[in-house]
Design a protein around this ligand. Structure first.
Ligand SMILES: [Zn+2]
Ligand SMILES: [Zn+2]
Length: 114
């Protein structure tokens, strides 16, 4: 009997022999379901950076969204980073940050207040 098991993906015929959890296709889907790296895996450095921005926002400092340029208030914001994830650009509205994808740039030119 071959040492392998079927990929748990729906109706997936792929037999995994290397100890993987999913075939490449379903591994990708699984990663997408868990959320992109914008929602996980930042750790301490991210938390620390976020806290220091939050303190400035709480203190009433005008902090502008790094994507649309409008003011960020409250706690409902994401810490935006450069595309290579090597540095943080600063707070961004959740809506701006999650619509990121190909719309960076469009967000800045189509900024509207609401
Ligand atoms: Zn599969
Ligand atoms: Zn914004």
């Amino acid at each position: 009997m071959p040492a392998g098991r079927r990929c748990p993906g729906e109706r997936c015929p792929v037999v995994l022999t290397g100890g993987e959890r999913y075939c490449p296709k379903h591994a990708r889907e699984y990663e997408l379901r868990r959320g992109t790296s914008t929602q996980r895996g930042y750790g301490y450095r991210h938390q620390k950076a976020r806290r220091s921005w939050q303190a400035r926002i709480d203190a009433g400092e005008i902090i502008r969204c790094s994507l649309c340029g409008l003011r960020v208030t409250g706690t409902n914001w994401h810490l935006d980073h450069t595309p290579d994830r090597m540095a943080y650009r600063g707070p961004a509205h959740v809506a701006c940050n999650t619509s990121d994808g190909g719309r960076r740039g469009a967000a800045a030119s189509n900024a509207k207040v609401d």
